[in-house]
Design a protein around this ligand. Structure first.
Ligand code: XMP
Length: 513
């Protein structure tokens, strides 16, 4: 069954993915495409509605992104947001000018709730504005449906032609009733029924994969992270023992993590698949001995990882399909021709070119991260795996400053486990983007009992972030920090000092190396 679809046409707005996520939260499938997508392609996709995003340009600027007015003739409802709203005005004969007063941030807006778009929205509500241009004159046939103190056309529409436009951003959280507006658009204007549900997605995907794979052999590199775990379980449910998961334990995982992954995916777990755990710890420790430079550590781990995986793949022999955990943001970013967000050094889990396979399967290609999690829960994967925070491929090696030794790994694993346990107990774990302990290379003097100590300092880090590209330091309650500090210095031998990292990104990065 093909899902109803809304298309987001991207004009360079920073919220393109957010719009799509919001639409999907309304249970309507939504794809992001560049504004260069042809009208033929749009017709082929036959969406129920189209949303124009915002963007940094002025409609009358040189090289301003635009679209043919044919798009308004398709009979498909259109919603323009910010730049998108100005573009609609401009293309249909209205006037866009530099506003005498720019608006930025929380703004009170008066909406006309006779408009379907604002059905059940409070007449006097709060929206998020971010513009220097505005619609000075609406195109013929349009009515003004919202205004602010300084923006005469904060929204307009031609209900007959099903063309809607808002100068503000309904997709951002700060627009208090934005979700209702988007939901009005997709349900009441576009007539969607809301058929995008994770249970149906999971079921359809399993059926499609089963058909595609036939009796072929499938190989999956399993890291224990959310994406590869969900991908592996989908495959396991689809093709069972035709799937082999290779889990490389490089000895740089969090405390007990290797065993946790094995408990779920290994022979005693609930899934009927072939699971190979490669205990390659010593190989990695040997290679890392004496190495202190962060980039060299990353390279060594990346290369060794690939080598181990390749050796295992060779033992298995030729496979027909290789599973990858690509998710939708990766697809959008490469599709829109923007520079990839993923740094090259993040591809440690990446796979060698020379593994012998015929085709790639990417079961999560269409999903945002929160949807991957929903799919994971739907598949019955334990919550602690589904809500696991991101963990870097090189693991604890980039959280240990300086040389990596077994002794330091043990110290860090223990300290980090205490930190995670206490944050969890305090009920904070879901609200923090990422948090972990790192082992600084600093030793300092302390006193324990009547003895002088000369031990390591552990640094605690916690950040709030939506995309991991920028981040704020999380304001950890003092009570939690006190408890964690106490436990670490008392329970972890070799540590006599605990520090909290208050730096944001930029200027720091989230990881220490
Ligand atoms: P930074 O330290 O660059 O990290 O602010 C941003 C996010 O990326 C994760 N990260 C990695 N993930 N391989 C990965 O798979 C890596 O080499 C790597 N380095 C950083 C980091 O944990 C954070 O979520």
């Amino acid at each position: 069954m093909k899902n109803e679809m809304i298309i987001v046409l991207d004009f360079g707005g920073q919220y393109n993915q957010l719009i799509a996520r919001r639409v999907r939260e309304c249970n309507v499938y939504c794809e992001v495409h560049p504004y260069t997508m042809t009208i033929e392609k749009i017709k082929e996709l036959n969406p129920k509605g189209i949303i124009f995003t915002g963007g940094p340009n002025s409609v009358y600027g040189d090289d301003a992104p635009s679209y043919s007015t044919e798009i308004f003739e398709l009979g498909i409802p259109v919603l323009g947001i910010c730049y998108g709203s100005q573009l609609i005005a401009h293309l249909l004969g209205g006037k866009v000018e530099t506003a005498p007063v720019s608006e930025y941030g929380h703004t009170e807006v008066q909406v006309d709730n006779q408009s379907i778009l604002f059905d059940n929205v409070t007449a006097n509500t709060v929206c998020w504005m971010s513009h220097t241009d505005y619609i000075a004159q609406m195109p013929e046939g349009f009515n003004m449906t919202a205004h602010t103190a300084v923006c005469p056309v904060a929204a307009m529409e031609n209900a007959e032609r099903k063309i809607y436009a808002t100068q503000f951003h309904p997709e951002v959280m700060h627009t208090k009733e934005g979700m209702r507006m988007l939901s009005n658009f997709v349900y009441k204007v576009c007539g969607c029924s809301g058929d995008w549900k994770m249970d149906a997605f999971v079921e359809t995907t399993i059926a499609q994969i089963r058909e595609k794979v036939g009796d072929g052999k499938v190989l999956c590199a399993l890291s224990g992270g959310v994406d590869s775990s969900v991908a592996a379980v989908i495959l396991a449910k689809a093709v069972g023992k035709q799937l082999t998961c290779v889990f490389v334990d490089h000895g740089l995982l969090r405390k007990n993590e290797g065993d946790e992954v094995e408990a779920v995916f290994g022979p005693d777990g609930p899934y009927d698949l072939n699971f190979i755990r490669v205990n390659a710890q010593q190989r990695f420790y040997d290679k890392l001995a004496g190495v202190t430079e962060p980039e060299t550590k990353r390279k060594i781990i990346g290369e060794e990882f690939i080598r181990v995986f390749e050796e295992e793949a060779k033992k298995i022999g030729a496979v027909d399909f290789l599973v990858q955990g690509t998710i939708y943001p990766d697809v959008i970013e490469s599709g829109l021709g923007k520079s990839a967000v993923i740094k090259s050094h993040h591809n440690v889990g990446g796979l060698p070119d020379y593994v012998d396979f015929k085709e790639i399967i990417e079961p999560l290609r269409l999903l945002f991260k929160d949807e991957v999690r929903k799919a994971g829960l739907e598949l019955g994967i334990p919550e602690y795996l589904v809500y696991r925070q991101p963990f870097p491929g090189p693991g604890l090696a980039i959280r240990i400053i300086g040389e990596v030794t077994e002794e330091k790994i043990k110290i860090l694993q223990d300290a980090d486990a205490i930190y995670r346990e206490e944050v969890d107990k305090a009920g904070l774990s879901r609200g923090i983007g990422q948090y972990f302990a790192a082992l600084t290379n600093m030793r300092s003097v302390g006193v324990m009992g009547d003895f002088r100590t000369y031990d390591y300092a552990v640094a605690l880090r916690a950040v709030e972030t939506s995309d991991f590209m920028t981040a704020d330091s999380f304001e950890m309650p003092w009570e939690v920090l006190k408890k964690v500090t106490n436990r670490i210095v008392n329970e972890v031998k070799g540590v006599n000092r605990v520090l909290y990292d208050c730096t944001g990104k930029p200027p720091a990065t989230i990881e220490f190396e």
